[in-house]
Design a protein around this ligand. Structure first.
Ligand code: AMP
Length: 209
């Protein structure tokens, strides 16, 4: 199954997508992770994307469409995948229609107040990508999974978080109508506990399979 995870930053797309991909044995394709790796490795794409990502702005559509075209052509995508963070604009969604057939769009809904709290308190492991919230960490400063130091992403700084939410409402939220009109959209309450959200999504995907 080819699935899109749609929702504002901090809605839990990455966490849920990772778990569901593990359960279904399909790859999680996070354009944010791909861009962060490109920036870290200072590739030509990374150099182009750096200023946008750090400011919480969207990287130009043509860059993202090229990344996705290359990634979806890889062997491991043949049995399905979850797109986490793509598409984020209507032109990206239109381009995707020429590249892939999407079976379901999972939308996670969380209100802005909770998103700000989640993102500003988020800490990530630069090595394995695991995410934590400061409220759960206590004195801990390293990753439980791999021992690497946890950091705050530059774009999780409070002033950038507000910018990312505005970008979501202006440029990405129109995709809700886009996919509703194609009868692909399934909405989930992202304010529920992680386990409940996971079960609801798995039940819905199970019914579609
Ligand atoms: P994320 O980890 O999904 O929150 O993405 C982090 C940042 O990467 C975003 O704030 C954008 O700067 C950039 N990015 C990720 N995916 C896309 C996309 N589909 N279109 C444009 N920019 C993107």
């Amino acid at each position: 199954m080819n699935i899109i995870f749609l929702g504002p930053p901090g809605a839990g797309k990455g966490t849920q997508a990772q778990r569901i991909c593990d359960a279904l044995g399909i790859p999680q394709i996070s354009t944010g992770d791909i861009l962060r790796k490109a920036i870290k490795d200072a590739t030509p794409t990374g150099l182009k994307a750096k200023a946008y990502v750090e400011a919480g702005k969207l990287v130009p559509d043509d860059v993202l469409i090229d990344i996705i075209k290359d990634r979806l052509a890889m062997e491991d995508c043949k049995k399905g995948y979850i797109l986490d963070g793509f598409p984020r604009t209507v032109p990206q969604a239109e381009a995707l229609e020429g590249i892939a057939k999407i079976d379901c769009v999972v939308e996670l809904e969380v209100d802005d107040e909770n998103l700000i709290r989640r993102l500003s308190g988020r800490r990530v492991c630069l090595n394995c990508g695991a995410t934590y919230h400061v409220s759960m960490l206590g004195d801990r400063t390293t990753c439980e999974k791999c021992g690497e130091t946890l950091i705050q992403r530059k774009d999780d700084a409070p002033e950038t978080v507000l910018n990312r939410l505005n970008v979501y409402h202006e440029q990405t939220a129109p995709l809700i109508k886009f996919y509703e009109s194609r009868k692909l959209l399934k909405k989930f309450d992202g304010m529920q506990g992680m386990e409940e959200v996971y079960q609801s999504i798995m039940d819905t995907l199970g019914a579609l399979a």
